[in-house]
Write a protein that binds this ligand. Structure first.
Ligand code: FAD
Length: 419
């Protein structure tokens, strides 16, 4: 919740709801959002509905069917429902009945937590598994339909000038040399963010985490013909196999017609990209010591995507000192996907920035509003970045005393779950 005493003054923050409530700003700002990923699209939607004119700039010339499965936890689905996406989401999502952790070599169950309807009951909204392309497409439709939105593809931002005191005011320069001016600039340009450098004043590259992911989608048709694999489809679960230095996450997407595999392993020189092809044979060799059911699943893989997992140390600030440039999503809080929260936290960012900017009535309020956004979001994103890193250690423990302690604790909790 926004607490007026903790936030900058001279804005009626006590009137601002924690989430966008349909209020429209008295002053309509000209806002540039850089990056049409999940975060940038969501921010385009919320800021447009708050009454602002948005130019969304995306370097890619085509927005297409990239990536693989993605988990959408209740903190995100709750917001997506508020934005009217409930039916569209339900149409493309699979609702997992549980999360199950297994030992890699035997497949023995070491952890189990029931999800399904309980998620909606306890967290107010469902947990979904979807294809990232479906998720992206629904946010793109939402952003496109919002009032006052202009989306420009093939518009790579090369540079940013965030100082309002410079003649012409804040601006971005595209690779083509074209200069576009704005009242506020939102950098949602992902883990390799150009705008992040302008905010921090440092030229820090994202940090390799030591891990990489193979990602593959297989048809569930052959799984349904195999009595050992059929249960993975019939009772859709979030299945995780934990191994020393590696883990595998697997779940159903697209009406259980497809099965998504994310295979985390030590990075051996991949790149950070949604579209880099990996070698299926190398992937099978890297996971050859996993239980026989995994070998069967991997035998169905025809092609894989390979992705180097990068993050950054939490930033001290997301707002440029001149108060007109702000970061959102992976641009400011890239994290390992080991809590499945990267996009979910970006969706939350978008909800909060839209809510705050629905109450702006003077340009002089912008720096304080951006700091309010940072104040509300940065601690939560930082905790999530750090706990995602912690899961890297927990999931990847070498076989030995720590692993046995982990498994015993998970088994004990599982016992209570199954009672
Ligand atoms: P991005 O999606 O990276 O979008 C940035 C956009 O900016 C891109 O379209 C890019 O082309 C554009 N861009 C970049 N530079 C420029 C420029 N200079 N000018 C113009 N445009 C530019 N999150 C979850 O919530 N749940 C999960 O289950 C989950 N699983 C994951 C699994 C893996 C293997 C990985 C790698 C990530 C996972 N994530 C998950 C994280 C999630 O994918 C990201 O956090 C999320 O996509 C970030 O969205 P974004 O909009 O901030 O950035």
């Amino acid at each position: 919740h926004l607490h007026p005493t903790e936030l900058p003054t001279h804005i009626p923050l006590e009137k601002v709801p924690p989430l966008y409530d349909g209020h429209r700003a008295a002053l309509s700002l000209n806002i540039i959002v850089v990056g049409a990923g999940l975060g940038g699209l969501a921010a385009t939607y919320t800021l447009a509905h708050a009454g602002h004119r948005i130019t969304l700039l995306e370097s890619a010339s085509v927005l297409g069917d990239v990536g693989a499965g993605i988990q959408v936890s209740p903190n995100a689905t709750r917001l997506l429902h508020r934005w009217g996406l409930g039916p569209a989401l339900a149409a493309v999502a699979v609702e997992p009945a549980a999360i199950v952790f297994r030992r890699y070599d035997t497949g023995t169950r070491v952890g189990y937590t029931r999800w399904g309807a309980r998620m909606a009951h306890e967290h107010g909204s469902p947990y979904y598994h979807v294809h990232r392309a479906d998720y992206h497409a629904m946010l793109l439709r939402l952003a496109r339909a919002a009032p006052g939105v202009r989306i420009r593809l093939g518009a790579a931002v090369r540079d940013v000038q965030p100082d309002p005191a410079v003649v012409g005011g804040p601006s971005v320069t595209l690779a083509s040399g074209e200069v576009l001016r704005a009242d506020v600039i939102v950098g949602a340009d992902g883990v390799k963010s150009t705008l992040q450098k302008a905010v921090t004043g440092r030229n820090d590259a994202p940090v390799p985490t030591g891990d990489a992911a193979y990602r593959a989608i297989i048809s569930t048709d052959p799984m349904l013909l195999d009595p050992e694999l059929r249960p993975f489809v019939e009772t859709p679960e979030m299945s995780a196999w934990m191994a020393p230095g590696r883990h595998l996450m697997a779940y159903n997407i697209r009406a259980k017609k497809e099965y998504n595999l994310v295979l985390i392993h030590p990075d051996d020189g991949s790149v950070e990209s949604w579209t880099e092809e990996g070698s299926g044979d190398k992937m099978r060799a890297d996971f050859a010591d996993f239980e026989p059911r995994v070998q069967k699943l991997l035998s169905f893989v025809k092609s894989t995507l390979k992705w180097r997992l990068m993050d950054r140390k939490p930033l001290n600030t997301w707002v440029h000192p001149k108060g007109r440039l702000v970061l959102l999503g992976d641009a400011c809080h890239p994290m390992l996907p080991y809590r499945a929260q990267g996009a979910a936290i970006a969706i939350e960012d978008a909800a909060v920035i839209g809510a705050l900017f629905s109450y702006v009535s003077s340009i002089s309020q912008v720096p304080a509003l951006l700091h309010a956004y940072e104040h509300l979001r940065l601690p939560r994103a930082t905790v999530t970045q750090e706990s995602s890193r912690l899961n890297q250690k927990i999931f990847h423990l070498p076989d030995g005393p720590d692993q046995r302690t982990r498994d015993e604790a998970m088994r004990a909790a599982m016992g209570a779950e199954l009672e």
